[in-house]
Design a protein. Structure first.
Length: 481
């Protein structure tokens, strides 16, 4: 149940109706409160300034009608401009970026301000009475404080409109779009990956609980242990996996006294019949347990960035791939994507990866998670850009330089080996696509990366004579052979 609550919450905060609706309700409450204050207190107690007074009912109605009518018109214009900007951005940068624009708080608040001002003016307008027989009380009533508040809201709306005029072109600027995705990705890494100082403690904890992992779930299990039966829980719906509620998984596993291994990750497409969970021992897995385990996931029609960092990586890769396509040929946009991918991978290399083992309150192993390694993230980012960057000299040089900038952040030989693999996989298509001076530039960048990988501390070598570009990386043979 919690998975569906989390999913619905993510949908609500990404919608265009939630914040404007809240602001409209707040405006309605404010109108009622201020009208009641006007009805119960003497306006003279607030001073004798004429600026507070609307003088006559006709004047108050004219002010409120003008403000309310203009606000609803501007709200329609704001919505139209927003939709035009969203269509342009999604068509130019990729349809998956529509999620980012839907999450933009500036657009939501702008629309909410104009709608709220309109609602406020309409409710206050209803309370204005000129003392005619058609009025409810038959006496003249002008809510001076409420009308003055409407003027303040109108002035504030003008300020919001000025902000919106600046915000829309700023939002669809490609550098800001890429920066928004990159910053979100880095925040996700910092929030979900432990700090390096926790490395030893986390490693000791995993090692101490390793004995609790069933033999059938161990990668190093012997053939006989691997034959231990375990239950397979298949999916009962189709869609992209948006939420995995691990707390519900732990509770369900504890109630059934089983160990559950995830066979899926958020962002993956699942369908009816796909195995999502493995549970051991199989004889303790009842139909009720299966339903509880399936209740820990929520699926949808699209991927979301809330619990899926790969979705953010894919967005940067998509923008880079579009920029390097023959029809666009914009290597500098691709370089911007590589810069933010570099920052994200450096942050990832500098953090410890989450513990895949989850215990219950009694310290017993209940859930084995399925996490990606640094190699996986590097392949999903730089590996997926590799074929596009290799065809352009400017992007190719920056690709190798970006890998070199990740090297100092690496904390072990496995991470350095992953970078070396990306370098070697990149050089073959890059050499096949270039010749002459362009190839010499790429080989020089590759030689600098190779030198930084060979340095004992994984840092760039000190300034000195340039490494000959004609020397192939790690082979001692002339480039191009």
């Amino acid at each position: 149940m919690r998975a569906f609550v989390q999913q619905y919450y993510q949908r609500v905060i990404a919608s265009y109706w939630f914040i404007p609706s809240l602001m409209a309700v707040g405006a309605a409450v404010l109108a009622i409160v201020l009208v009641e204050i006007d009805a119960r207190f003497d306006i003279k107690s607030f001073g004798d300034g004429a600026f507070f007074f609307a003088t006559q009912p006709d004047g108050a109605r004219a002010i409120l009608s003008a403000i309310g009518g203009s606000m609803i018109g501007v709200a329609g214009t704001v919505f139209s401009v927003t939709m035009a900007a969203v269509v342009f951005a999604s068509g130019s940068f990729g349809p998956r970026l529509l999620t980012n624009f839907m999450n933009d708080r500036g657009n939501q608040v702008t629309l909410g301000v104009f709608v709220a001002t309109f609602v406020y003016c309409m409710l206050v307008l209803r309370s204005v009475q000129d003392g005619s027989d058609s009025d409810v009380y038959g006496t003249m009533f002008v809510p001076d404080i409420a009308v003055f508040a409407a003027i303040i809201l109108a002035v504030a709306s003008i300020g919001v409109l000025i902000f919106f005029i600046h915000h829309v072109p700023s939002t669809i600027h490609i550098s800001n779009v890429i920066a928004g995705i990159g910053k979100t990705l880095i925040r996700h890494i910092e929030a979900n990956f432990p700090e390096p100082r926790e490395r030893s403690a986390a490693a000791d904890a995993v090692e101490a609980r390793h004995w609790q992992i069933p033999a059938c779930f161990r990668n190093e299990s012997d053939p006989m242990a691997a034959t231990v039966p375990y239950a397979e829980i298949a999916c009962d719906r189709a869609g992209y996996l948006q939420v995995v509620d691990r707390q519900t998984l732990i509770e369900a596993a504890r109630n059934a006294d089983i160990v559950v291994r995830l066979n899926c990750r958020t962002g993956e497409f699942v369908h009816a019949g796909r195995i999502l969970f493995h549970a051991w021992p199989s004889e303790r897995v009842s139909d009720e347990t299966r339903q509880k385990l399936l209740a820990s996931i929520a699926t949808g029609n699209e991927r979301t960035p809330s619990d899926d960092p790969v979705f953010l990586i894919d967005e940067l890769v998509e923008i880079a791939a579009r920029a390097l396509s023959p029809g666009i040929n914009d290597p500098f946009t691709a370089i911007t994507c590589l810069d933010w991918l570099t920052a994200a991978m450096a942050a990832l290399a500098g953090h410890e990866f989450p513990d895949p083992l989850h215990d219950d309150d009694d310290g017993r192993l209940r859930v084995i998670d399925r996490h990606r390694s640094f190699d996986d993230y590097l392949e999903l980012s730089f590996g997926h850009v590799r074929q596009y960057a290799a065809s352009d000299m400017i992007a190719a040089e920056r690709f190798l330089k970006s890998l070199a900038e990740i090297v100092p952040a690496c904390r072990n030989d496995a991470q350095l080996a992953a970078i070396r693999f990306q370098m070697q996989a990149f050089m073959a298509p890059a050499r096949a696509a270039h010749a002459g001076a362009a190839l010499a530039t790429i080989d020089a960048a590759g030689a600098r990366l190779d030198a930084s990988l060979r340095h004992p501390r994984g840092r760039l070598p000190p300034p000195g004579p340039a490494v000959p570009a004609a020397v192939a990386l790690g082979t001692g043979e002339p480039a191009g052979r």
